[in-house]
Design a protein around this ligand. Sequence first.
Ligand code: ZN
Length: 452
Amino acid sequence: MLTLTSLGGAGTVTGSKHLLTNGDRRILIDCGLFQGLKSLRELNWGPLLVTPTSIDAVVLTHAHLDHSGYLPKLVRDGFRGRIYATAATRDVAELILKDSGFLNEKDADYANRKGFSKHKPALPLYGVLDAERAMEFFSTVPFDKAVQLPGGATLTFRHAGHILGAASADIEWAGRRIAFSGDLGRYGDPMLPDPAPVPEADYIVVESTYGNRIHDPADTTEVLGEIVERTVKRGGTVVIPAFAVGRAQSVLYHLWKLKTAGRLSNIPIYLDSPMAIDATDLLHAHSEDHRLTHDECTAICRIATYTRDVEASKEITASPWPKVVISASGMATGGRVLHHLKSFATDPKHTILFSGYQAAGTRGRAMVQGAREIKIHGQWVPVRAEIDDLSMLSAHADANELMSWLASFERGPSRVFIVHGENEASAALRVRIDRELGWNATAPRQDQVFDL
Ligand SMILES: [Zn+2]
């Protein structure tokens, strides 16, 4: 008997972990970290519904932390199977997981120095060494080629167009075919391939981040150009919190388009995130997985000044001249962008431009919803800058694009499971699937078991 259980990413956009069980064999699709609301983050510390030693394999759809960030803990807690991912996902995951281990260690260290943890001493969820150890369990799988998984399952990865290396996972097991969308990207993206159609499936597990939203159809480059130009006219700086992998490169692409059209001349652009710099290098290493030529990659990388060390980062903050600063993290949950927000959020001449989905409980969500102050490093910071939210810059398909991907199946499934969305988004997508495709769709609750 095959069953499906979501151990995360159900009713929320973070913590993606979907478990397929066939007798005593288990395959986990994605192994993400919960982020945002404290009640969710605390789940990272609790036990999983199944012991990590009992899981035979992990299939990783893409490297974002909310899909990969629990892997070091899974390995530390006894998982000894293989982690199947595309080659680009493996490389991007290495950056993201090591950075996550480093940030976890830094946070625990900070809590110990300030004495504000109830645990003495506060320990990180995992550290850099745990992240390095997890990398030893990866096995790379090419796109569009069926491979055998333990327990007799077959896996085929297809392009999902979300970030470099991102895939949908088509799994056949025990006479059933289950398609996991992973995170789906946008159609017609200048950098990434379109989400590829899957021929057929008995069950579809689909993300619903923007299940209730349609992205603004305006030209992204143009809108970005207008925001930067009006901010510069006020003598201000544009701070763009961006996911280091994916959004940072996408923002650079649009800025490069503007520069080549003769706009934004003399306006310095800074990419202030060591991880984003390394991720940009990966575009060269995985040229078959995106649409840019080698020369375009080089040109795009060259328009920004890269700052690896903290001192250079502080100099950017201190400089009074108009500029564009791209810095992680994308939802302003941590990282260097917090220092920029402390300096630039307080003055109406500056702009804070969000470029991706802002999960509940994050500073980013608070700011796009109009918060007048945010707390950074224990201090309240007034928000007076212009706040923009360019969802069309997002790496996620909107509701129409999710429907297009579903409609590309040649045969309707028995059932669709709607995951990776907050409740309103999942509910809205369920209504559309029912109305437009006539398919049976369910938004699972965490840990709910479904027979397939
Ligand atoms: Zn993602």
